[in-house]
Design a binder for this molecule. Structure first.
Ligand code: ADP
Length: 366
């Protein structure tokens, strides 16, 4: 269906049923797309919203002279005929519909139109409401609610698991000591594997607890450069082991910040950068403050980057591309959570040449 002719389609023919002569101005002023058709499903009238939404302009013109056009109604033909036949109103929610701009979600109502004097059904009225935006917001809300519920559940499970894991770890260590005193190398090795597995569980639990924690703990004001320096110091052994150089590109003084968990955000971004460069490389950390007082901290690496279509997905909890149990997929979700609670944000983009850039934006409060 094309939409080349955007003029209104008004009742023209002498045989037009009276019911279809719904006041033209009423039809036009409806905030919905409205189409009136007769018993043969021939379009009698349509408002400009309908012409725009379902692009019936040209085809409808043809229909006015050529009678019923199956191409216009497609699968809806039988539904509309049923409405006319049974005189019942039908409503359809969340109908996916291809429009010129892409896919739209419509709410469609079909109602019979009756001749006022005889009550005979003379045709029907089709109302189409574009609810794409509403449907998307609803989907987003549901998603956020799911995440919040997941956070609460994760926190409960993590708390419950913490104590028994602690106990198991202690018993493993005791057993290891006792067995190694007897010179049994193999069982000690097995227990070391068991211990490593438990440590991994502790890692996941710690991250889950961090993710589900609602409030960040504001420390006293601390200069931003000190927080960045602390995180570099913390991650330095891992960077050295992977032959990664860390370059700082900022001039002092940087403002003071109150977000205690910023350290955790920086550590996580550095850790990810390091892990994205298994064959070595460089992380450049730059920081400046914009004119509207936003601190912009960039972590650019020379690693493999990420799939462009995943630039949002990587912030989802449990999204990870790291194999061999290396990733939990919680780091960036936690970073985003911390940043949003602090009134800032973190975004990811691939660098134009190689690697990726993670940028933290945070309002300066001092
Ligand atoms: P994890 O590190 O446990 O996988 P994250 O939430 O920290 O969880 O990261 C999610 C995913 O984002 C990673 O698995 C990786 O695919 C991608 N990612 C994060 N940082 C980088 C980076 N610096 N370069 C390339 N990909 C990255």
């Amino acid at each position: 269906m094309s939409n080349t002719s955007k003029q209104e389609i008004l009742p023209k023919e002498p045989g037009t049923p009276k019911c279809a002569a719904l006041d033209h101005f009423v039809l036009q002023s409806l905030p919905l797309a409205a189409v009136i058709f007769d018993r043969d499903l021939k379009i009698i009238s349509a408002n400009s919203s309908a012409l725009e939404l379902i692009e019936i302009g040209k085809t409808a013109d043809a229909t006015l002279s050529a009678g019923t056009n199956e191409k216009i109604w497609g699968n809806w033909q039988s539904t509309l005929l049923e409405v006319i036949e049974k005189g019942k109103i039908c409503r359809f929610d969340n109908v996916a519909f291809t429009v010129a701009g892409g896919q739209a979600i419509l709410e469609i109502t079909c109602a019979p139109l009756r001749e006022s004097s005889t009550s005979d059904i003379k045709g029907g009225l089709l109302l189409l409401e574009d609810i794409t935006q509403r449907a998307n917001i609803k989907k987003q809300l549901e998603h956020t609610e799911r995440l919040a519920a997941l956070g609460k559940l994760a926190s409960k499970v993590a708390h419950e698991l913490n104590n028994p894991i602690d106990g198991i770890m202690r018993y493993i260590n005791l057993a290891k000591r006792a067995i190694s005193e007897k010179g049994l190398a193999k069982p000690v090795e097995y227990l070391e594997h068991a211990g490593a597995g438990l440590e991994r569980m502790v890692q996941i639990i710690t991250e889950l607890l961090e993710f589900s924690r609602n409030k960040y703990s504001p420390l006293e004001d601390m200069p931003l450069d000190k927080m960045i320096d602390d995180s570099i110091r913390f991650m330095a052994p891992a960077a050295r082991a992977a032959e990664i150089e860390i370059e700082k590109q900022y001039s002092l003084p940087l403002p003071k910040m109150k977000v205690g968990n910023l350290f955790q955000v920086f550590c996580n971004l550095l850790k990810n950068a390091i892990e994205a460069m298994p064959d070595g490389g460089k992380v450049t950390i730059s920081c400046n403050v914009s004119e509207d007082n936003i601190a912009i901290i960039k972590f650019q690496d020379t690693g493999q980057g990420f799939e462009p279509q995943n630039s949002e997905a990587i912030f989802e909890p449990f999204f990870t591309t790291k194999t061999g149990g290396k990733g939990t997929g919680l780091g960036l979700a936690i970073c985003r959570d911390i940043m949003e609670k602090a009134g800032g944000k973190v975004i990811a983009q691939n660098a134009p040449d190689q690697g990726s850039i993670f940028t933290v934006y945070l309002p300066v409060t001092e």
